[in-house]
Design a protein around this ligand. Sequence first.
Ligand code: MLT
Length: 246
Amino acid sequence: MSQQVSRKKNYVEVCFTPEDYSYFKGRFDIVVVIDVLRATSAICSAINNGLKSVIPVSTVEEALEYKAKGYLVGAERQGEIVEGFDIGNSPYSYMDPELIGKEVALTTTNGTRAINIASEAETVIIGSLINLQAVVDWLESQGKDVLCLCSGWKDKFNLEDTICGGAIADALINTGKFTSDEDSSVAAKYLFQSARGNYMGYLKSSSHRRRLKKLNLNKDIKYCLTPNQMDVIPILIDGKIVKMEA
Ligand code: MLT
C-alpha cells in the first residue's frame, strides 16, 4: 500500500474534514484522527489516566444503548454535556481516579464520528497537541504512509485540527523520510509554521474556541492547546480505543 517516491520516502497528508476523507480512503496505512478541541485531547487524557478503553460512538442513540448496558457514557453536543449523561467531553472529566481501569463509551459532535469514519484503515491512532511529539516519533519509526484526518466542525474546516495536522506533517517531512503531494498538507504546514509556539494567541478567534469560551470552558481550552503533556498514544483496536503498548 505504501506509495514510495523513488521508493525512498513515505507520504504524509492532511485531510481537512471527514467529508473529504473519501478522496484519501484506502491509500494510507496509518490514519491519525485529530480533534484538538476537545475529543482527541479528552481521549488522550482518559487513556493517560488509566481508563481501560474509550468506545467511540457516533450517535446519542448508540450511547444510550451502552448506558442501558451499564457502561459509563460520555456525550457532548455543541460543546455541552448531553442531558441525561454524567460526563461530556472535558479532558478534566477523564482525570477522575474513580475511572481508572474502567471503560467509557463516548459520543461527541465531530471527533468520535471521524474515528468511526477512519476505522476501516489498517491502523487508527489518536492525535492531539497534548501528545504531539509522541505521535510524531512513533509515526517516524513506522516508515508507512500517514494521513492526518481533521475532525473539523460539522464537516467544515477548522483551524486547530489543521494546525495539529500541519505540525505532524512538518515534523515528518523534516526527517527527510516523508513527502507530501496535497495542497491541503502544504496549507496545514504553513498554518502550523505561523502558529507554532503561540497556539493560545494564534487560535484566539477560532470558531470552536469562541464557542467553548461562551460556555466558560477556558480551562479546557488552555489544557488542549498546551502541547506535549504526555507520551501516551491511544490506538483503535476492535472498535475500542486503548493504550498502545510499547
Ligand atoms: C467535537 O467532537 O466536536 C468536539 O470535541 C466538541 C467539544 O468537545 O467541544
